[in-house]
Design a protein around this ligand. Structure first.
Ligand code: MG
Length: 395
């Protein structure tokens, strides 16, 4: 039997925080407003209304700069509980359409509506239904992109904003992407973008027309991945609904943090804690997941499947650090860093024979460390690498 036609919908609320503020105070409607920090302190724009965007104001811009662009700008503090409530209401609507929902931030999600036609009609009908329900039940504007995969659906959604619904028929993905600037592709930031432009690659179509071997020579593995993306191909599945039991830790920084050493120490510390909690519960994890939240509250999570289940901090940390290296660009500052271990299985802990290549000495050491932590509290022990760096830096 032929594979069913795959349909992915990307749903993204328009100017989410700002739209909620307009909802809470209708007098603000249509006025240039941003949600963000106080201009003097650590003020960046977290969300700008479309009236504010008309002045060139964007997320992550310092509030002081935004005020120069628009002196009448209304700057509001955030009301996170209100945003969280509405986000949950929108996600609940999406889950009524299909359980295959992958929430990727407070205001964004992917839905896999493959095979939903009989229940809800063709994908564009499903998109209209979502838009109507979000408007009627939560009073918020939302944009959607519909395509045969996540990559194209997300770009389609971005292009239609605000209140757009952009449908890309199967077979037209590459031609849909071709005229767009290469920076529209996931994974093309400032550095890669500049590099590609130096090669004369301006649009996604230019990139697709390049020879994949020479791209790979110049950019490594990423070259091949970019070429595939430029053709509008993406096989990545919807991840959310298959998420299994997991435990996690998050650190919100008092000030946005961009120092790689400090971020690395945070990851190491969280790896230790999660591993200790796994061993406490006699469980092992099969996945490691990191979460990065940027100053504009944009949040990404990235995960990797482990070659073998583990309850060892060193293993968790090695994979977390590799993920971090891959997805964090030097200079980027973070508001929050999170680490989670998932795909938890019973029967970990000290059943040494289960996992042949686990270093038994290391396990005995960890068992001793756990014992000390239990008795003297988590601050009692710090690994040498943590202590050493702390010492060097004199804090
Ligand atoms: Mg949004």
């Amino acid at each position: 039997m032929a594979e069913p036609q795959r349909w992915i919908i990307h749903v993204d609320l328009d100017a989410f925080f700002a739209s909620v503020e307009e909802l809470l105070n209708p007098e603000l409607r249509g006025k240039p407003l941003v949600v963000g920090g106080a201009p003097g302190s650590r003020g960046v724009v977290a969300s700008a209304s479309y009236a504010a965007r008309a002045y060139g104001i964007r997320s992550a811009m310092p509030v002081a700069q935004a005020l120069r662009l628009c002196p009448d700008l209304i700057v509001l503090p955030h009301h996170f509980e209100e945003y969280a409530k509405r986000s949950a209401a929108v996600m609940a609507i999406l889950h009524e359409i299909t359980p295959a929902v992958e929430q990727i931030s407070i205001d964004e999600a992917f839905l896999d509506v493959t095979g939903c036609e009989r229940l809800w009609g063709p994908p564009v009908e499903i998109g209209r239904l979502i838009q109507r329900r979000v408007r009627d039940e939560v009073s918020l504007p939302v944009s959607l992109g519909i395509a045969s995969n996540k990559l194209v659906a997300k770009i389609a959604c971005d292009l239609g904003k605000p209140q757009g619904l952009v449908f890309v028929p199967t077979g037209t993905e590459a031609s849909f992407l071709a005229p767009l600037p290469i920076e529209r592709l996931w994974g093309v930031g400032k550095v890669t973008g500049a590099r590609l432009r130096r090669l004369g690659i301006q649009t996604i179509g230019d990139l697709a027309a390049w020879d994949v071997e020479s791209l790979e020579r110049m950019l490594g593995k990423a070259g091949r991945a970019l070429h595939t993306a430029a053709l509008g191909q993406d096989a990545s599945p919807i991840a959310g609904h298959r998420e299994r039991h997991s435990i996690s830790q998050e650190r919100t920084f008092a000030q946005d943090l961009g120092d790689p050493e400090a971020l690395g120490r945070t990851l190491l510390g969280m790896s230790e804690d999660l591993a200790a909690r796994l061993r406490e519960r006699h469980m092992v994890a099969q996945e490691v997941r990191i979460k990065l939240r940027y100053p504009d509250f944009r949040t990404i999570t990235r995960q990797v499947k482990l070659p073998q289940p583990t309850d060892q901090a060193q293993v968790i940390h090695a994979h977390a650090a590799a993920l971090f290296q891959k997805h964090w660009r030097p200079g980027e500052r973070l508001r929050l860093l999170g680490l989670a271990v998932g795909g938890l299985l019973e029967g970990g802990g000290y059943q040494l024979d289960l996992f042949a290549d686990v270093d038994k000495r290391r396990i005995r050491l960890n068992r001793a460390l756990d014992e000390i932590r239990r008795r003297f509290g988590p601050e009692a022990i710090t690994r040498a690498s943590l202590a050493g760096r702390r010492g060097r830096r004199g804090d």
